[in-house]
Structures are given as C-alpha cells and as structure tokens.
Write a protein that binds this ligand. Structure first.
Ligand SMILES: [Zn+2]
Length: 390
C-alpha cells in the first residue's frame, strides 16, 4: 500500500538523524519530493498532515546485504519486501549477479523496484545461479576480470563493490588465489570487496582461516557475517579475537552483521562485542528463506543489536550514515537535509519484552522492539507490509 502526495508534513515525530546530530521533536515538510523544511511546529499551509506523534523518524534505512533476484536460485526475494515493505529505502544485493547478469539485474530488479536497489557484483560468473555450497570459484575460468570491468563500467551507478565468498566450499581447489584476483580487481576498479566469512554451507570443506582472508583486505573493504559461529569466524577456539582481526579493524576494514539463516550467533556476538569490536554496518542477509524467521526485517535485526547492548541511536547510526559510508554513497544517502530528495524511514519503538532468536535458535531477552511503519521516497509514502514479527 502506498500513496503519492506532492505536499505533506510529517507532524510530531521524534527526528533522529545521527548524521546531523538531531534528536528531538521536529516536523518535516516535503514538497515535490524534496525536504522543504525541518522545524518545530511547522504550519500546515495547505499541506497534508501525516501524524507521526510517538514515532521515530530517521533518514532512510539502508540494508547493505541481501539476495534480491526474485526467482534466482533458492534465495532470490523481491527487493520491496525487505525494502520499502520493511520501512527501508535502500537495499543492496550481495552477489546474486556475476558480470553476465549485471545488466539483467539493472533492468529487471533495480528498475522495477520501488526501493533503491544497489549491487555488489559477484567475482564468480555464476554468482547466485547455484547455491552457496558449490565451489563457484574453484574453476579459474569462472573469474573473468575483463568482463567484470566492462560490466561494472556500464553499471557504475548501481555498483558498490565486489562480492567474494571466502570459504573453503566456494574456493575449492583454488585456495586463496581468487582472493588475490579480487584484490587486484578491486584496486583497478576502485571498488571495495565484500567478503563472506564462515563455513556455513559446505560442512566437509577445509575452512579458510580469517587471518588468511584479511591479508587481502584493506581500508574500506567489508567483512560480512562478523558474528558467525561457523569455522572461519573472528574468534579463536578460546573465544578470543584472532590477532589479525584487531589489526584489520584498526587499518580500516569494516565489519557487517549479515544476520541470515546461519550467521548471527548471540554467544559469538557477546564475545566479539566484549572485546571491543563493534559492527560498522547492520544487515539482514535477507532472502526468501529467512523472511519469516529468524530474520524478518532490518528493524528486527536492529532491535536484536539493541538487546545485545546498543542504543537506538547507535543502531540507527549503523543503518543510516555508517551504511552510507560503507557503500561510498555519503553525498546522497544517510541524512535528512532541506533541499534534498525525501528519503525517510518511520519506525515505532515499543517498550515490551520479547525473546530474540539467533540463527542457531539461541535466545536472549529483549526489552525494546522496532517496528517499521513507513518508508518515504520522494513524494511516495509506502506502508510497511504486515508480517509475523516476534
Ligand atoms: Zn548473503
């Protein structure tokens, strides 16, 4: 459900914009798709008033890791389900498309979505055509730098990086060679690498040590699944961070949650957080198989981080300004500013007890829930889809 309005005021909400430091009751006037004014007690002056009293108003939320080619493989999901249908204005596909599917992605996914849809191109030509259990990088012919470069150049506006699966299952006989190729390609294209860690799919594969993976990463690259319990994660057998993890973080490598079906484990998260390593991005790793649990949507994943000790302001910061940084899109995303296109999320913070469940069915007690109400892109207000949230 959505409605288009050329002139409206969001009235009485708590505007929480970590980019500008605003946190307080402020109205927002949107005219012709752009923010016309921000202030206390703005006069309606003919604008339609939308009452958001008691609700949280934030810059458009950004979910930096999902699988969005609806119909592709076992995972592809319609971007508007985790996007505007979940109070989120920007979603990013993590490697569904290799170079040969990139233009298909742009024409059928990005162009048809109501949500802004960006893309990490897969290093492997196969991308998400097969399941993640296949050794998609084990055959050197499935990495074609020249074709990737060409495909990226014609789709630059939607491309934010290169996705690579750093697991024994995906790399197979090639070992770390594909990582070296990804590094070089990233440097040539000036794009960050988004690297999946955690041997969650191929149980008989020899896991890749995270220290070996991090040798290939540098400032701005992203490790996703930072709280995975599977082999190849951030912790040593004693529950301590492997030393290269701390070094990588200090040198500017970014860490993303990537909840997913397998990779948010509360015990691991507590140990990682207790040692001072915090996420730079929060993401669902949303796909067709986890919408109805354990993931649900980005606001629920944010609320799980709140149950782990983060504040509302911190998780909103992760999902807005920090996510924009992670995507290299700081001039267009992650803030609400007069004169800029309206890109706004509206959430309800509920004070209630609920049981948060991780990917291994571990539970923690949560005291606050976050429920999406609207996503606003320019002149259109999208109502969140009803879903069975915990
Ligand atoms: Zn994923």
């Amino acid at each position: 459900m959505y409605k288009q309005l050329i002139n409206f005021i969001l009235k009485g909400g708590r505007l929480l914009d970590p980019f500008s430091g605003l946190d307080g009751q402020q109205d927002i006037h949107v005219r012709d798709g752009a923010v016309a004014a921000i202030g206390t007690d703005l006069k309606a002056d003919g604008a339609t008033v939308i009452d958001v009293k008691g609700l949280i108003v934030t810059p458009g939320l950004i979910d930096v890791h999902l699988h969005l080619m609806n119909g592709l493989g076992a995972f592809g999901v319609d971007p508007d389900i985790f996007g505007v249908g979940s109070g989120v204005t920007t979603v990013v596909d993590a490697g569904s498309a290799g170079h040969s599917l990139l233009t298909v992605f742009r024409n059928y996914v990005t162009k048809n979505a109501k949500t802004r849809v960006l893309n990490y191109v897969n290093l492997s030509t196969l991308g998400g055509v097969t399941g993640p259990g296949y050794s998609i990088l084990a055959d050197p012919r499935l990495i074609d730098e020249e074709k990737i470069e060409k495909a990226v150049e014609t789709n630059r506006d939607i491309i934010v990086g290169i996705k690579i699966m750093a697991t024994g299952g995906a790399l197979g006989a090639e070992g770390l060679k594909p990582l070296a190729r990804a590094r070089k390609l990233g440097d040539n294209l000036k794009l960050p690498l988004l690297v999946h860690i955690g041997e969650s799919w191929t149980k008989d594969a020899t896991p890749v040590h995270v220290g070996d993976v991090l040798k290939y990463l540098r400032e701005g690259d992203i490790v996703t699944h930072m709280f995975t319990v599977h082999p190849g994660g951030l912790l040593d057998p004693n529950g301590k961070l492997w030393p290269p993890v701390r070094d990588a973080k200090e040198s500017g490598v970014l860490m993303d949650v990537g909840h997913g079906l397998h990779n948010l484990n509360f015990d691991v998260a507590r140990k990682v957080l207790d040692q001072g390593l915090h996420p730079d991005g929060v993401s669902t790793d949303g796909h067709r198989g986890n919408r109805s649990g354990p993931v649900y949507d980005l606001p629920t994943t944010m609320a799980k981080l709140m149950a782990l000790g983060f504040s509302l302001n911190q998780v909103v910061e992760m999902a807005t300004v920090n996510a924009a940084k992670l995507l290299g899109r700081t001039t267009e995303l992650g803030f609400i500013r007069v004169g800029c296109p309206a890109d706004i999320s509206i959430l309800r913070l509920e004070e209630r007890d609920w049981e948060a469940v991780d990917s291994q069915k571990g539970t923690i007690q949560a005291r606050q829930a976050l429920v999406p109400i609207y996503a606003i892109r320019r002149d259109t207000i999208y109502e969140a889809l009803p879903t069975m949230r915990p």
